[in-house]
Design a protein around this ligand. Structure first.
Ligand code: ZN
Length: 208
């Protein structure tokens, strides 16, 4: 904690000055982010860092496991849908990204629920993406270790894209050609980003 407090002082002393004009403009004109990005809370995943986004660029929604509850589940857990709704309907964002990541503890826990025994809130929350576990068991039961995790993280993102696409305000805008949704996987070891290709039904490395 003490290191972070020192960081705040250093930021105010050394770094904020270069952002001051931008922040004044963002205050005066309001935010106009380019994307809504749903990320995991994992401290190793820093979307503004790996996209090199400036303040005002990314409207970020974070939770354990970058989950977008289905429209049915959103009845009881509307937080994610509310944030995405604000980004799309009020801020006019035209691209929504669900960004999973390698070595995701939430996906590990979905595959092996015994890892989170005794954590009732997390157990309930991860139920919002239990399809990930079912799909992985049905299709990838032959895989183990890191290979299993890689495909599981990708399938997990696809499940969230399905949930996202079924939110009524998202479905309406996609149908009208006003919105696109995207699936990414960020590799925390290499910094690479893999982008879901709908036609090929696979994640492809984002090339320069
Ligand atoms: Zn994670």
């Amino acid at each position: 904690m003490r290191g972070l407090l020192a960081g705040i002082h250093a930021f105010q002393r050394d770094a904020f000055g270069s952002q001051k004009a931008l922040m004044e403009r963002l205050v005066a004109e309001g935010q106009r982010p380019q994307i809504v990005l749903v990320s995991c809370s994992d401290s190793r995943v820093l979307p503004e860092m790996f996209t090199q986004a400036a303040p005002g660029g990314v409207f970020l929604v974070r939770n354990a496991g970058n989950i977008v509850p289905s429209p049915e589940a959103a009845q009881d857990a509307p937080g994610e849908a509310a944030s995405i709704e604000f980004g799309v309907e009020v801020l006019g964002v035209r691209d929504v990204v669900v960004c999973g990541h390698t070595h995701c503890g939430a996906v590990e826990a979905i595959l092996e629920p015994e890892r989170i025994a005794g954590l009732p809130n997390l157990e309930r929350w991860l139920l919002a993406s239990q399809e990930t576990g079912r799909i992985v068991r049905e299709r990838y039961g032959h895989l183990r270790g890191e290979r299993l995790m890689r495909v599981a993280v990708g399938e997990h993102v696809r499940v969230q894209l399905d949930h996202l696409s079924r939110l009524p305000f998202i479905a309406r805008r996609i149908a009208a050609g006003e919105l696109a949704i995207h699936g990414w996987v960020y590799d925390i070891r290499t910094g690479e980003v893999f982008v879901y290709d709908v036609d090929a039904d696979e994640f492809r490395l984002l090339e320069p």
